[in-house]
Design a binder for this molecule. Structure first.
Ligand SMILES: Nc1ncnc2c1ncn2[C@@H]1O[C@H](COP(=O)(O)OP(=O)(O)OP(=O)(O)O)[C@@H](O)[C@H]1O
Length: 516
């Protein structure tokens, strides 16, 4: 903020003196110095009016005037509120008036007779200060203006913000309300869902066993009855009917559930090793046995031993088994020390054990020991109402395993599955669904039509004329030839025959069937 020489020379100046020579002298001095807006008057009474109109930047005021002296002029200007910034420079010959003049509001004084250099300098300096004030004042007003405008704007914005905050608060409250409602609904749904799931589980799932047929419900009932007891259970039924899953359900529903369920598959154990597998052996018990082995009976101590395919157990082992089942006692191979265990026995077979007893292949006493609580698993063809539930269950399982999303089972597909006789029972159905999931494209399950050949195979030849063993021999060989001697897998003979691959191998051993 700078005041230029031009600003000063264009300042408005009023000379007030009743002596014409003084007025002329000062006027001339100023005009010569380059001032452009110089006004003069010899009548002090018009000063206030003139100032009101012209708004002077400087008044040179004589003190001694007849009609109205300089003090009165200053008092009038004061009354007019013009003295605050307006510099009044008094002209006086009386030294004692100087202080009085300053007290009356004059900013400075010039002594008469005038020293022209002093007059010029004083005027210049006073104008410079006056113009600076004016500029400052103007800037101040502009600033105040800006501040006021901004304040108005800010107040408006603030008000708007306040309204928005209010609205937002309302929206949030309403959201919270909605959220609470949704959460309540969700909790309710979840509770219902849990309840429904439990219901579904109660109706159709018994642990991992799927099915809602009357025949299967009877099995569930028996399982529930016997599970909490120590009683030996004999599971009967064709291959693939779920004897293994039932054994697991019995164990998991018994007080032994925290102890292990040890399974022995009697078809897969080589005859020579069955004894040491079951009862264990000491180091060096027989040639080649250089380490100690804990038998399965010991491993199952406090838990359950599941003897799968018990019908395949060699006769000499049956006697030893009988002793453990009766007394819970046995010795490790190569050790005279008797070991006592607390083991619950669950045995399973797909053979007709009474027939085996009759044929001298199974000990009668062992049969009675095992047959304390028999549970017969019905074949799938006798409970076709379970098929749709099982298909659903396996579909979910294989979708997950294979990474597909098949979720449509047409009535046609279901009919095809329900018409089949399922000699391999649930295991065969499980494989068929796995195969179908692998091969199906899109969302709909496509069922292969190879069941027909299964059924044909199942009904070939009249069995009446030949001995059962002979018929079995021929049938196994025929199917093996058809599958190129493949035993396991989806194209294997075991599946076609509805047998566990290990059962088929045991039968082949028994019948002396080798690859031709
Ligand atoms: N009711 C069922 N619900 C769900 N899965 C089942 C059911 N029954 C059997 N399965 C399944 O079918 C397959 C065969 O079952 P499991 O091994 O228990 O039959 P099994 O009667 O013991 O057969 P095998 O006499 O040949 O040993 C398994 O994968 C089993 O999980």
């Amino acid at each position: 903020m700078e005041i230029t020489a031009n600003d000063i020379l264009n300042a408005k100046i009023l000379i007030v003196d009743d002596q014409e020579p003084n007025v002329l002298l000062l006027e001339q001095l100023l005009l010569e110095s380059g001032y452009t807006m110089v006004t003069t008057t010899m009548d002090p009474q018009v000063v206030c009016d003139l100032n009101r109109i012209n708004n002077y930047d400087l008044i040179l005021l004589d003190l001694q005037m007849p009609k109205m002296d300089g003090f009165e002029v200053m008092a009038a200007l004061k009354a007019d509120h013009s003295m605050d910034y307006l510099p009044v420079l008094v002209l006086t010959a009386q030294p004692n008036h100087k202080l009085q003049a300053l007290q009356a509001g004059a900013k400075d004084f010039i002594s008469k007779p005038f020293d022209l250099v002093e007059v010029k300098t004083r005027i210049h300096n006073m104008l410079e200060v006056r113009l600076l004030y004016k500029k400052l004042e103007k800037n101040n007003i502009t600033l105040e203006d800006i501040v006021q405008k901004r304040t108005v704007e800010l107040t408006k914005t603030n008000l708007q913000l306040g309204l928005e905050i209010e609205e937002r608060k309302k929206a949030e409250a309403s959201l919270r309300d909605t959220y609470t409602q949704i959460k309540q609904l969700k909790d309710k749904l979840q509770a219902e869902n849990t309840y429904l799931q439990k219901e579904v589980a109660r109706q159709f799932n018994f642990d991992e066993i799927i099915g809602s047929s009357k025949l299967l419900s009877q099995v569930f009932q028996k399982v529930e009855q016997v599970a909490p007891m120590h009683a030996t259970v004999l599971l009967l039924g064709e291959t693939g009917t779920g004897k293994g899953v039932v054994a697991r359900a019995i164990h998991s529903r018994s007080s032994r559930k925290k102890r292990p369920l040890i399974t022995v598959d009697c078809t897969t154990l080589p005859v020579a090793l069955i004894e040491s597998e079951l009862f264990g052996r000491e180091r060096g018990a027989f040639t080649g046995s250089d380490s100690k082995q804990i038998g399965r009976f010991e491993l199952a101590d406090g838990g359950t031993l599941f003897l799968d395919e018990i019908g395949e157990m060699p006769l000499e082992m049956q006697a030893k088994l009988l002793r453990v089942i009766q007394d819970g006692e046995f010795e490790r191979l190569g050790s005279p020390r008797t070991i006592k265990v607390d083991v619950r026995i669950i045995a399973a077979t797909n053979r007709n054990l009474i027939e085996e007893v009759r044929n001298g292949k199974f000990r009668e006493d062992l049969y009675y020991r095992l047959n304390v609580f028999p549970i017969t698993l019905p074949p799938l063809r006798q409970r076709k109402e379970d098929i749709s539930l099982l298909v659903n269950h396996f579909l979910i399982k294989f979708n997950k395993k294979i990474g597909k999303q098949i979720d449509i089972i047409t009535q046609d597909a279901l009919n095809t599955l329900q018409q089949h006789q399922w000699p391999g029972n649930v295991r065969e159905l499980e494989s068929a669904i796995e195969r179908a999931v692998i091969l199906s494209e899109g969302k709909s399950l496509q069922i292969l039509d190879r069941f027909e050949s299964f059924d044909k195979l199942a009904t070939i030849e009249e069995p009446s004329m030949k001995a059962l063993v002979e018929l079995e021999y021929e049938h196994i060989v025929k199917v093996l030839q058809q599958t190129g001697w493949r035993i396991e897998g989806n194209k294997g003979a075991a599946l076609i025959l509805g047998l566990n691959p290990s059962t088929l191998r045991a039968r082949m051993r028994k019948q002396g069937i080798t690859r031709q």
